[in-house]
Ligand binder design. Structure first.
Ligand code: PPE
Length: 308
């Protein structure tokens, strides 16, 4: 994690990317962020997956919390390229973070400066490479997902993640790899950092926006791939009990990529192994991520070759 950080317009060494302990975001969670990935491509270069979608969501999240990002989207895109190039990494996780810096204390944040950093690091599959093949064990959380009557589930905001963190700790302490949160009405919502899909009798079901999901970019990619492969994808309310009679369940997210769930609440999903539709879609998705797919080549934003 010692790569250079882009901070408010400049690349600086990791140890020089400093903030005040009175940073507003540190006290109140007033930040928004993205999780993005770049992958090495077969030509030896590197490309950012669905870059524009991530940048758009970052600006949307910021606007929802009344933060004006003091850079254009194009500047953020270029800054991301510069940070990747400086790191020397071909495949990396990219974390743009927009936060309220040090300024007047108290809950009124609008007089605090809006600061931006972009960090990159090498990050393997979040739920493990083995998990991507054999699936992971999940537990329905006792914590409900934040709802839109208290916060803004479609925003990717720092403070909102205390909800995911409680669910993650609970699942981990109970011996599971991931939590599945229900929404405030008791319908299936998503993982702590992934959207959820369920396959039953050849049809794919996933919670919709009325279930207070985060509008996942990999969720959109998976839906497009599924439909391109001829599968019906239904966005609807899903009861907890449906998790126990599903043929297959998988999750999508930038960090987790596409990961099967092999057990929910100690009950096997289907036969307890990665199912056929999950396997098929995961392979196409992996090809798309790694620049091996003609069909989805437009999802990749190539990192310009370094000028030496
Ligand atoms: N739901 C939540 C709550 C979420 O945080 C993510 C991404 C998703 C769904 C999937 O969204 P997308 O990446 O656009 O397909 N979670 C990010 C943070 C994970 C972390 O551990 O940090 C991510 O995957 O980068």
């Amino acid at each position: 994690m010692s790569h250079q950080i882009w901070m408010n317009g400049d690349l600086v060494n990791h140890e020089d990317a400093k903030v005040s302990v009175l940073t507003h975001a540190l006290h109140y969670g007033t930040s928004v962020f993205e999780g993005v990935r770049a992958y090495e491509t077969p030509d030896g270069g590197s490309a950012v997956f669905r870059h524009a979608d991530h940048i758009d969501r970052l600006y949307r999240s910021a606007a929802l919390y009344h933060m004006e990002i003091p850079f254009t989207k194009d500047e953020i895109r270029q800054a991301t390229f510069d940070t990747i190039t400086a790191s020397g990494l071909k495949s990396c996780y990219i974390r743009p973070l927009v936060f309220r810096g040090a300024g007047p204390m108290g809950l009124y944040p609008l007089d605090c400066p809006v600061e931006v950093i972009i960090a990159v690091w090498a990050w393997g599959a979040y739920l493990g490479d083995e998990g991507k093949v054999n699936g992971v064990r999940a537990k329905v959380s006792s914590w409900r997902r934040i709802s839109s009557d208290a916060l803004i589930p479609t925003a990717k905001a720092g403070g909102q993640y205390l909800n995911s963190i409680l669910a993650k700790i609970e699942a981990d302490k109970a011996g599971y790899e991931e939590a599945i949160l229900l929404d405030s009405n008791g319908y299936v919502n998503e993982g702590t950092g992934e959207n959820l899909f369920l396959v039953k009798d050849g049809v794919v079901h996933t919670p919709g926006f009325a279930n207070d999901i985060l509008e996942g970019i990999n969720r959109a990619a998976a839906i497009e791939i599924l439909r391109d492969q001829g599968y019906e994808v239904v966005e609807r309310n899903i009861a907890r009990g449906e998790l126990y009679r599903a043929d297959e369940i998988f999750m999508t997210g930038t960090a987790a990529e596409l990961t099967p769930i092999r057990e929910v609440d100690d009950l096997p999903v289907g036969d307890g192994t990665r199912g056929p539709i999950t396997t098929e879609i995961q392979a196409i998705f992996e090809d798309a991520l790694h620049g091996r797919s003609e069909r989805y080549a437009h999802w990749l934003d190539k990192v310009p070759a370094a000028v030496s």
